[in-house]
Ligand binder design. Structure first.
Ligand code: PLP
Length: 440
């Protein structure tokens, strides 16, 4: 795979979340993407089992999106968004607002998921202060959560290595327990049965600190990056009820679950639970141009904007908030999702997907399989003394056999583009079965 003669210097690029030494000893690269496939420099097709990185929900190289970006680049490449507007940003905000649950219709643009998370946390704190509850400064995250890599996100996040190297992080953060329970829920189809009561840990945190000190709880409705942890039945409803009881804001981090991944626009719709803010990114633009956003409940927005005693109501924003190219890509993406009914398509494919990936239950090394919408997680027994090595070997072998999967720990995570056909699903399962059988 090192045979990509377009790359002359492997050293200068310090790659993110990558074992750089291992990668550079045996690089795997892709040079082109179209539909369900990536292509390597030597022309091999690689089926995309993860929508890039959970983000290209409409598949790759979609002409309407490419055209919209191209045309916008010719029209106006960039416009500042402080004290100045451009039409596409307003249009994009109202299109996003039309998709979010009712009332979550004030949209703040960022460039990615990490910024969306940090923005939401800052809005939560500033809102509490604006409504005269300035003592509510504590933020509650969850074990095994991934909320990006900003200091806010890693503070409420729950991945030890994403936190331990980076100092004292934000103070005043507590964590709910994660919901992963192999002993009781292994091989659950859809939402697992046991664990709604884990939400009650919020009561203990409230008992410890008092609700009057807590600003917000943030959770991924389905935890993606730590290995596809599906919320137990009733868990999110219980968390919502407890937040209501204690007047605490609930933030859903939908950077992965947004835009049809679970067969509905947002996980909030799928689960029938309305948070106070939703963070999103990735599939917002089909990943063609970086963009993130926070959808904010109108009452939060109004309390801050109407009640502000300074001309600028929120001292926060990015040079590239509402970037014209991102808005152009986003508008074309939302049109494409609607025109092709992709959220509905994901819902329709879910039973086939579920049955297909659970058919790997008897494959070698597999200790759990879980699924929801078009997400799947396959957990492997780790090699003794070498956690993550087995999954990494599976990832590399799959790639060489023409399938791209994502691995995290010893878990294979799947989240294909929503344009996937059943024949592709069969290919994913057949390749994985073969690779698992061959891998020690
Ligand atoms: N939040 C969640 C739930 C994510 O899954 C991710 C990325 O995978 C992020 C935030 C961070 O997004 P980004 O990498 O765009 O900063």
């Amino acid at each position: 795979m090192a045979g990509d003669n377009r790359i002359h210097d492997l050293d200068s690029y310090w790659m993110p979340f990558t074992p750089n030494r291992r990668f550079k000893a045996q690089p795997r690269t892709v040079v082109r993407a179209e539909g369900m496939y990536y292509y390597t420099a030597d022309g091999r097709a690689v089926l995309d089992g993860v929508a890039g990185l959970w983000c290209s929900n409409a598949g790759h190289g979609r002409a309407p999106i490419t055209e919209a970006i191209r045309s916008q680049a010719g029209e106006m490449d960039y416009a500042p968004s402080f004290n100045l507007g451009h039409p596409l940003a307003f249009e994009m905000a109202s299109r996003v607002a039309a998709l979010t649950p009712q009332g979550l219709d004030r949209i703040f643009f960022t460039n990615d998921g990490s910024e969306a998370v940090d923005t939401a946390l800052k809005i939560a704190l500033a809102y509490q202060r604006a409504r005269g509850q300035g003592a509510r400064t504590r933020l509650i995250g969850r074990e095994r959560a991934y909320h990006g890599v900003g200091f806010g996100g890693i503070s409420v996040g729950g991945i030890v290595r994403n936190r331990m190297y980076f100092g004292s992080l934000l103070t005043g953060v507590d964590h709910l327990p994660h919901t992963h329970d192999l002993a009781r829920n292994a091989f659950s189809k859809g939402q697992p049965e046991h664990g709604a009561d884990l939400a009650d840990a919020l009561e203990r945190i409230v008992a410890l600190h008092d609700a009057s000190t807590i600003a917000a709880v943030i959770v991924e409705p389905v935890a993606g990056s730590t290995g596809v942890l599906i919320p137990p039945q009733g868990y999110l409803q219980r968390l919502r009820a407890l937040c209501d009881k204690h007047d605490i804001l609930l933030i859903f981090d939908e950077v992965i679950t947004g835009f049809g991944r679970l067969g509905a626009a947002f996980a909030a719709d799928r689960f029938g639970v309305r948070p106070d803010m939703i963070t999103m990114a990735k599939a917002l633009t089909n990943a063609a141009v970086p963009m993130g956003a926070v959808a904010v409940d109108r009452r939060i927005h109004d309390a801050m904007v109407e009640g502000s005693d300074t001309p600028i109501e929120l001292f926060h924003g990015y040079t590239y908030s509402g970037h014209p190219l991102a808005c152009a890509a986003g508008l074309a993406t939302l049109d494409l999702y609607a025109a092709e009914g992709l959220f509905q398509r994901a819902a329709e494919l879910e039973p086939y997907w579920q049955q297909a990936i659970h058919s790997l239950a008897d494959a070698r090394h597999v200790i759990d399989i879980r699924n929801l919408g078009l997400i799947g997680g396959i957990e492997l027994e780790p090699r003794p003394g070498a956690p993550t090595a087995r999954a990494m070997a599976v990832f590399e072998r799959c790639f060489d056999l023409g399938l791209m999967v994502r691995v995290t720990g010893d878990i294979i995570a799947l989240s294909p583009p929503l344009i996937i056909e059943t024949s592709h699903i069969d290919q994913i399962v057949d390749t994985l079965r073969r690779v698992l059988a061959e891998t020690d």
